[in-house]
Design a protein around this ligand. Structure first.
Ligand code: TMP
Length: 258
């Protein structure tokens, strides 16, 4: 096997140099972390499932004209993506109160919001990803007002489309987090595209009938059956071959170090 240059290693993924300039290979790990790395564990099979789920959702989004970094899935754990200049902002879209929103504003989890709310967080592990406003983003030069307009418009389109897609398989899209990057063409023209991944690692998905959580909150909150939840999302999306269905066993080993 040829040795590939490792460009970046995050909590759940590794980026390697791709076969062509301007491409990267995104490798999905089984590692999971929460609460700014205070809780760490492994969710057996998560990387395989997230690779597949993200491929499916990014492909669907591209079909409706949302530009993404996804190019093609290479194997069980890897996909080829466009190399982008990552914008250091996490965009969170919320439809129903949960998680840090519920804590911050004292709104009980599960309360529908009067309209979708978009929030921004600055990507900085040292600072614990603080919530920021458009003022911070433009004053610090992390993105221009035009970049922000594009990110907001894309985020709302993604929300509309994915809310419908998930509702069709009996899941409520409570909230999710997106990342964007700048892609330059050969003429030096730039456009903002969706990067990273879309999976139960960065979406909250609740069963429509039971409100059962089928996302990373099962890991964050020690609810058990973590891998099964990811598996169930993939199964409902219709992207698991039958043979694989019984294979994934939950061996989550969550060790809270806080
Ligand atoms: P929050 O309620 O903890 O702020 O999370 C909102 C959404 O963003 C939820 O779907 C989980 C996702 N998220 C990430 O993907 N990465 C993160 O670091 C955090 C804090 C949240």
């Amino acid at each position: 096997m040829t040795r590939r240059r490792r460009i970046y290693e995050g909590k759940a993924k590794v980026l390697f140099e791709g076969p062509e300039p301007g491409t990267l290979i995104q490798y999905f790990k089984d590692d999971a972390s929460a609460f700014n790395n205070q809780k760490k564990g492994t969710i057996s099979g998560k990387g395989v499932l997230n690779n597949r789920i993200s491929e499916y959702l990014m492909s669907k989004l591209m079909e409706i004209g949302v530009p993404t970094h996804f190019m093609k899935r290479l194997n069980m754990r890897e996909q080829l993506v466009h190399e982008v200049e990552i914008i250091p902002i996490e965009v969170v879209v919320r439809n129903i109160a949960a998680g840090s929103f519920s804590e911050r504003f004292g709104v009980p989890e599960g309360t529908p919001l009067p309209r979708s709310i978009v929030e921004y967080y600055y990507k900085s592990e040292e600072l614990g990803d603080p919530m920021i406003s458009e003022e911070h983003i433009t004053a610090f030069g992390w993105a221009t007002p035009q970049d922000l307009d594009d990110m907001m418009a894309l985020s709302l389109r993604v929300n509309d489309y994915l809310s419908g897609l998930f509702l069709g398989i009996g899941l409520k899209l409570i909230d999710f987090r997106l990342e964007f990057g700048r892609l330059y063409n050969e003429h030096g023209e730039m456009r903002i595209i969706l990067a990273d991944e879309i999976s139960p690692d960065n979406c909250r998905l609740w069963d429509v009938k039971t409100n059962e959580r089928l996302d990373k909150d099962r890991f964050r909150r020690d609810l058990g059956d973590v891998a099964q939840a990811y598996h169930e999302v993939a199964r409902r999306l219709g992207i698991l071959p039958e043979a694989q269905q019984a294979e994934i066993v939950d061996t989550t080993r969550a060790a809270s170090t806080s």
